[in-house]
Each structure stands twice: as C-alpha cells, then as structure tokens.
Ligand binder design. Structure first.
Ligand SMILES: [Fe+2]
Length: 374
C-alpha cells in the first residue's frame, strides 16, 4: 500500500511559509486587485485570432523523425507559441494562484526540489479557489483553440488535473549572478543540445507525460529569461528546443509520445507556467493516458483521496461510452440481419477488460510488490 504520507495528501511536502512570505507574497501584492469579481469572457480574455491559428507553425511526429511512436494519438508533435490569454487574464490568474490560502493549502515541493523554490500547485480549481482560471481552461472556446492546433477535438483530463501550475522561483541576487554568466549558460546549453544531459539542470528529468497532450501556458514575463524551454528528443536521438513561450502564450506538445524535459530558467526571478493535461474528446479513440508521472506516490501535489475518485470517474466514463457503443453496434447489426461475429465481439470485450486493468494497473499497491495484479 502507499505510505501513510501519500494517503494523507503529501502534506509532509508542503511548502514552507517562508517561501510564500519571501517570494510569492511580493508577486501577489502586484496583482492583488486584478479583476476582482471578473468572469472569464472569451471575447475579452482570449487573445488569439483565427489567423494566428491558420498561420501557426506546427510540427508533426514525422518532422521530428519519430516514426514508430508507442503512445501517439495522431501525428501532431508540437507548435510554435500561440497567443492565448490577454494580460488582464494573466494578472487575474496570477492573483488566484498566488492567493495565500490557495498557495499554502495546495502547493507542494516539486519532486527533485532541493531549494523549496521549485513548487507545484494542483487539484485546486475544483474547490472554487480560482473560478477565473477554472473557466479559462475549461471554456469550449479555449478547448477549440487547442483542438484546432492539435488537429483533433480534445478535452481536459479530469477536475483534479485542471490547472497544474509549475513555479520556479529564485532570489533577485541569484538572478543577477546568472546575468553575469550568460555566456557560460549559453555554452552549457549548446553542450546540452549536443547530447550532454548533465550540462544543464532540469526540474524533472527526461520523461513522457502521462496524458497524451500538454498545453504549456506561460504566466511569467520571459523577455530576460534564458532557458525555460521544453527540450524534445527527435527520432534520431538529437535534441531540439521549442521556442520560448512568451507570457500569455501557449505551446502545445504531444508530450505522451515525445521524450522531453523543461530546462531550468536562468536570469529571472520567476518562471510560472500552467501545464494543462489534454486528452482526445472522443471516448472511442485509443486512450493512451496513464498515471505513471502524476500518481500521488510520484507527484507530491497529487492528493490521494481527491485524485483517485476523479481518475475512476474519468476512466469509468470512457468505459460507459465504450460499453454503450458495443451494445448498440451489436444490436444494430442484428437488426440489419447480419450474422453475429463471435471473434470480433471477443476482441472488443477483451479491449474493455484491458481498459479496466489499465485503470488499476498503476495503483501504488504494485510498487511495493504486495499484490500481483494481472
Ligand atoms: Fe512533461
């Protein structure tokens, strides 16, 4: 079974009050009056125009030389940054996520954080703490933007996963020191791009996301930021960096199919970004979603007793749709006078069984080898 710390919501990985007081509160003070009571309005707060999407540069898995991806849903790989939210929207979102009660309750140390300054916030929009952000991320017009770029209708994962925020914070002194060493940082970046992964640190090592698509929405100014980009591994093993995503813009990646990591940002005091998990909206499409990188024993911000009910709700919702589809298809064929196809039906029933197995296969009980789950 998972440890007692995991079941209790990883509160042992809560962020020290001093981190809030010293680093977050001053940022909050700048936006504390931003759009109080303002509701998300796509006509006002979405900044991308139809022509922005039409002219957006996108890359396919083929472009990256990824010819045999294990968990790809379609051929979309990544895109250049696209304007998404206005400055007013960004300020309101920053106010909501840096409100003291929200931050202190839901923030957890990032897994590899050694400084208490790499922090993740998740599973909070469902509790009414941040109504603007919740609506901004789940509005059909926002999802329509993502869907057009990806080339497939997408949906958000589940309520708990709505609005995962990565905070990378550092002192003004540290940022100033880094600004003195830009040449060195750039040289290290070049080494990194040539394959020396140890040349530059990252918050999370090379990985595939649990969900198929991820929208990275930048909440911090990036004019002076060095680093902070997403590095993608091409089919050849070569590494490419995505373009820096400016504040208010979004970059989309099929992060479940492409090995990637986010480089640490240098020369700035903050890199705050939303990493929004997206899935195909059609429940009948191949569902490659797993929870390898987000389950509560792996990601501190995922709280056991709140995440798993949402995970089950999402998986069983997909299963319901698939069961209904099988039932209706068999009935329709019979009504049309077609023979009943045993072998095909067995295959479809096996798929349903595998989907159920995939729902519990990654529960923590397996990690400690206490149960054999087939
Ligand atoms: Fe990722």
């Amino acid at each position: 079974m998972p440890s007692i710390e995991v079941i209790k919501g990883n509160i042992h990985k809560s962020v020290p009050d001093s981190t809030y007081e010293i680093f977050i509160k001053p940022l909050y003070e700048k936006v504390k009056d931003a759009g109080l009571g303002t509701k998300f309005d796509p006509d006002v707060h979405l900044s991308c125009k139809a022509e922005d999407i039409e002219t957006l540069k996108t890359y396919t898995l083929q472009d990256l030389g990824i010819t045999n991806p294990k968990r790809a849903v379609n051929d979309f790989a990544a895109c250049d940054p696209l304007p998404l939210f206005t400055q007013e929207a960004i300020d309101i979102i920053r106010r909501e996520i840096m409100t003291e009660s929200t931050f202190k309750k839901y923030a957890r140390l990032a897994n590899l954080s050694t400084s208490a300054l790499d922090v993740q916030l998740g599973g909070f929009t469902k509790y009414g703490t941040s109504p603007f952000l919740k609506d901004a991320l789940s509005h059909p017009r926002t999802l329509e933007v993502f869907s057009k770029v990806i080339g497939l209708q997408v949906r958000n994962f589940c309520d708990f996963e709505n609005g995962h925020i990565n905070f990378g914070i550092k002192s003004k002194e540290q940022a100033a020191i880094e600004r003195e060493s830009i040449t060195e940082i750039e040289a290290k970046t070049q080494l990194f791009l040539k394959g020396d992964s140890s040349a530059i640190d990252s918050v999370v090592n090379w990985h595939f996301d649990s969900n198929p698509y991820t929208a990275v929405i930048m909440l911090s100014p990036t004019d002076e930021m060095i680093g902070g980009e997403t590095a993608l591994t091409k089919g050849s093993g070569e590494i490419v960096l995505t373009k820096q995503t400016p504040q208010g813009s979004v970059s989309l990646v099929q992060a479940g199919a492409i090995r990637h990591l986010a480089l640490l940002p240098f020369c700035v005091t903050e890199r705050i970004a939303i990493a929004q998990a997206l899935l195909p909206a059609d429940p009948l499409l191949n569902d490659v979603t797993v929870i390898t990188t987000i389950k509560p024993s792996v990601l501190h911000r995922t709280r056991y007793n709140e995440f798993y009910p949402d995970w089950i709700e999402y998986r069983m919702g997909v299963l319901e749709a698939r069961v209904r589809n099988l039932k209706q298809t068999v009935r329709k064929k019979a009504d049309n006078g077609e023979d009943f196809d045993q072998l095909e039906t067995i295959e479809q029933l096996k798929e349903l069984i595998n989907y159920v197995k995939g729902t519990y296969r990654e529960f923590e009980v397996i990690d400690e080898g206490l149960a054999t789950i087939d």
